[in-house]
Design a protein around this ligand. Structure first.
Ligand code: ACO
Length: 311
């Protein structure tokens, strides 16, 4: 772009305005957005798998209906995000191709297994809770289509978070075995949830630049702290113990002190070596291949309707 275009871009970003698809933007800004939005979209659709695992085994018809709706919401989030990414000049087919060939990532969290029904509650409470903490600031992202997609996604995530909390509350008020199941789920999901926020700021590749561009509004560490501050009192309400002996309120800081997650584990999981990476990708590619006829039928139907509208 020209110097003039660059000045116009920074004038919008610096005055907290929104960059729209037709505005000139630095190539690196466009690339960063495609990376983050695609990774986010991929996370939504891969995220259907761990919970989808429990749809056929939900403990009641009511729980099953809620879980079905929730998993469908995740598919919808993926669709909004792919559509928003397409405004940057990339196609959904291409982004899926990059996912399937390991050239783009999805969130580390979805590489952990869902071993019991309590895991469905823990995912809602912790994983969706972390997602909201990270995504509410993204409603103010400098790129208009991403920011607007986030508004609706956050409303739905907040319902997801409450349903997870409520499902766990039911278990913790149940039998000793049910309570133990809830505690076990918290023990396994706590640190992976903290790791969702990404590496510490000092090891984060993109944070400084993304914050300068108004894509990210806060660093990874600040959002992780916010999540702990929000979640610790909720664990008390549930009567569950967060698996961190050093977790305690620090009056001076006005925050909870806590133990950081194992970032070596995060990097291992990101690079493909988590408990379920292979299974998740195999399932995704198989679903895509087996779903080809649905895409073909939908395209044929759309073409037929367009022809009829023409006549
Ligand atoms: N899982 C997978 N990859 C991650 C994770 C994670 N939890 N955290 C960081 N990374 C990757 C980054 O993509 C980046 O990869 P690259 O260097 O190959 O490009 C690398 O680790 C270094 O991290 P950062 O420089 O800090 O990356 P970034 O500035 O993109 O921050 C973050 C990471 C916070 C996840 C950001 O991308 C973001 O806010 N994304 C949107 C939210 C999102 O994707 N949520 C998905 C899960 S929530 C849900 O779907 C329910």
């Amino acid at each position: 772009g020209t110097d003039e275009q660059e000045a116009a871009f920074y004038a919008i970003v610096d005055s907290d305005g929104r960059i729209e698809p037709r505005d000139a933007m630095p190539e690196a800004y466009r690339k960063t957005l495609i990376r983050q939005m695609a990774q986010h979209a991929h996370s939504e659709i891969i995220g259907m798998q761990p919970e989808g695992n429990w749809i056929s085994r939900a403990p009641s018809l009511r729980r099953k209906a809620i879980l079905l709706a929730k998993v469908q919401d995740e598919a919808g989030h993926g669709l909004y995000l792919y559509a928003a990414a397409e405004t940057l000049g990339v196609s959904r087919d291409h982004l899926l191709e990059l996912l399937h060939t390991h050239q783009q990532k999805y969130s580390s969290i979805f590489n952990y297994p869902t071993l019991t029904w309590a895991d469905v509650g823990a995912i809602g409470w912790l994983v969706d809770g972390a997602a909201i903490t990270n995504q509410v600031p993204l409603t103010r992202c400098s790129y208009g289509p991403y920011a607007r997609a986030m508004v609706r996604i956050c409303k739905e995530e907040s319902f997801h978070q409450r349903q997870g909390f409520e499902a766990l509350l039911t278990l913790t008020r149940g039998s000793a075995r049910q309570k133990a199941m809830a505690q076990d789920a918290l023990d396994r999901w706590w640190y992976p949830s903290l790791a969702m926020f990404g590496p510490p700021d000092r090891e984060s590749t993109h944070s400084d630049q993304s914050m300068r561009w108004g894509i990210k509004r806060f660093g990874n560490d600040e959002l992780r702290q916010r999540f702990v501050d929000m979640t610790a009192p909720q664990a008390d309400v549930l009567g569950l113990t967060i698996p961190d002996p050093d977790l305690r309120w620090n009056d001076e800081r006005g925050h909870y002190d806590f133990t950081q997650p194992d970032f070596d584990e995060l990097f291992r999981v990101i690079s493909g070596d988590g408990p379920c990476n292979r299974q998740r990708m195999e399932h995704r590619v198989a679903a895509h291949t087996e779903g080809a006829w649905v895409r073909e039928a939908a395209a044929a139907y759309a073409a037929k309707r367009a022809k009829r509208a023409e006549a």
